[in-house]
Design a protein around this ligand. Structure first.
Ligand code: KIV
Ligand code: ZN
Length: 538
């Protein structure tokens, strides 16, 4: 018997979230995030859009095969090719789902689909029937529903239900609705389509007016029992409803909402949030609800005084509930390998063998420079170490001569994907420019910097620096050496890389080399099978 007050969490970090500008995750990174989502206890993972590219397909298939627990879902437009490809990607999951969609607003039907309402009904009928013949669990979304005629949307939903859809999702695609309107839209759909009571109704709200969580909550109050959301609220444009906000809203205010609740393991929230931020390169704003570094900080004297007397004076939840207070865990320079392994296990990382040895070596180097190594440092270090194995090129050594009298000059030595040394040098506008261009010279790859950021892992003067880099492979006409002998690609590929070090130039250079390696493997994949140009036309 399903629990009528349980709200299912459908996480779309890897699909709608991954569509955010500048985010390009590789298969390994997507798998790492999917495993974090499974630990978090999300009910459904929307793992990607399999038809979009060979990389997307591979990621969805890998997640379907390896991640246990949640339903694994793939997205498909309402056409036979998309649905077949989606099924191919998700079919090996313990519990697969196909999510297909078709717009019901006249704006989309006329201007994007260049079609008419009758065709939308036909596409819905055919695509849900096809998906249902392949998979027992089928979700249908009338895209741009909140700007559509509710009566027409209801007709389309009745068709989807007649063909066997098991979840109906109501997207506020452009983040235009207000909470009362969104709730009223859902209530009206329930009136017009009584069969909706027999399936799960879902919300999918975008944050263009900052109302995604408020609208999702209004939808739940109107009867929806699935919320589509993303970690840190990432997603198209202003993003999706933030998973941590809707989950904690239901958790903290359960008594005022008739016991509406989720099955999320809230203590995993902060860790999942940091992982997504680290891998996507999307920083978490300091005042972000639930996971921002100031979400539980008290600055004013009056607030500090109150919290010291009793935390409930200015806190509505305990930081430990969302896993934010792990800083009690501290190691020093005399801590041994066993203590490091135990500390990492407490943080949820099981590392052994070569990775543990490498993490221990780096821990010792850092512990020599810093008096104590905090949980945040350890987490940054181990996730960095786990990533080393994925890189094609590696940074062996570098020198940067900086002076106020002449432009900085950098020399680098890298190991190529076969372990052969490659050196390069460059005189740049600044030390970072010099070292990045020296890396281009060493690899022979024409890469252009798209994004670069350095953050401190902890808020202290001896903090580790964490660098995030996004690169794009340059001039499509130029021959690009891809690192795979003999493979040349003129496609414009992008890659992102992250790295952690006490020296921020080293962190930046390592992140750049990793970004470049990731762009090169994307270029190689594109050369083999170019990504399909996705249009809204099914
Ligand atoms: O925003 C939207 O409408 C979507 C659909 C594909 C569900 O992301
Ligand atoms: Zn969306």
């Amino acid at each position: 018997m399903s629990d009528p007050q349980q709200v299912r969490i459908f996480d779309t970090t890897l699909r709608d979230g991954e569509q955010s500008p500048g985010i390009s995750l590789n298969v390994g990174e997507k798998l790492e995030i999917a495993e974090a989502l499974a630990r978090l206890g999300v009910d459904i993972i929307e793992a990607g859009f399999p038809i979009a590219s060979p990389g997307d397909f591979e990621a969805v298939r890998t997640i379907a095969r390896q991640v246990e627990g949640p339903v694994i879902c793939g997205l498909a437009r309402a056409n036979p090719g998309d649905i077949d490809r989606c099924w191919e990607a998700v079919q090996d999951a313990e519990r697969p789902r196909i999510h297909t969609f078709c717009s019901t607003s006249d704006i989309h039907i006329e201007h994007q689909l260049r079609s008419d309402r009758e065709s939308v009904k036909g596409l819905t009928r055919a695509s849900v029937a096809q998906a249902r013949a392949l998979c027992e669990d089928v979700e249908f979304s009338p895209m741009d529903a909140t700007r559509a005629d509710v009566e027409f949307t209801a007709e389309v939903l009745q068709i989807a239900l007649d063909e066997g859809a098991t979840t109906i999702n109501v997207p506020d695609t452009v983040g235009y609705a207000m909470p009362m309107e969104y709730a009223a839209f859902l209530t009206r759909l329930y009136e017009l389509v009584p069969d909706l009571r027999g399936v799960t109704l879902s919300t999918h709200c975008h944050d263009d007016l900052g109302l995604a969580v408020a609208n999702s909550f209004a939808g739940v109050q109107a009867g929806a029992r699935q919320v589509e959301c993303a970690i840190n609220g990432i997603g198209e444009r202003a993003g999706n409803a933030s998973l941590e906000e809707i989950v904690m809203l239901l958790h903290v205010r359960a008594q005022s909402t008739d016991g509406l609740h989720t099955k999320i393991e809230t203590t995993e929230i902060a860790r999942a949030s940091r992982l997504v931020s680290r891998l996507t390169g999307y920083a978490i704003q300091p005042n972000k609800a639930i996971v921002g570094r100031n979400a539980f900080a008290h600055e004013s004297g009056i607030h500090q005084d109150g919290v010291l007397k009793d935390r409930s004076t200015f806190e509505i939840m305990d930081a430990r509930t969302v896993g934010l207070e792990i800083s009690a865990l501290v190691l020093g320079k005399h801590s041994g390998r066993a203590a490091l392994k135990a500390a990492l296990e407490e943080l949820g990382y099981k590392v052994d063998g070569a990775t543990l040895n490498a993490a221990f070596k780096r821990f010792k180097e850092i512990a020599d420079l810093k008096k104590t190594v905090s949980a945040m440092d350890l987490e940054a270090l181990v996730t960095d170490e786990l990533r080393v194995a994925q890189a094609g090129w590696t940074l062996e050594s570098f020198d940067v001569e900086a002076s106020s009298r002449r432009p900085p000059h950098a020399t680098v030595t890298l190991a190529d994907p076969d372990g052969q040394p490659a050196t390069g040098e460059f005189t740049g506008d600044g030390p970072i420019d010099a070292i990045f261009k020296a890396i281009n010279a060493a690899t022979g790859i024409d890469a252009r910097l798209r994004e670069f950021r350095v953050d401190a892992v902890t808020p202290y003067a001896d903090a580790l620096g964490e660098a995030n880099v996004v690169v794009e492979l340059g001039d499509p006409a130029a021959a690009i050496r891809t690192g795979t002998p003999g493979v040349l690609s003129g496609e414009r590929a992008t890659g992102s890389g992250q790295a952690v070090a006490t020296d921020i130039i080293e962190a930046a250079a390592t992140a750049y080399v990793r970004a470049l390696s990731s762009a090169v493997s994307q270029a190689a994949a594109l050369a083999e099978a170019p990504a399909e140009e996705l249009t809204g036309t099914p």
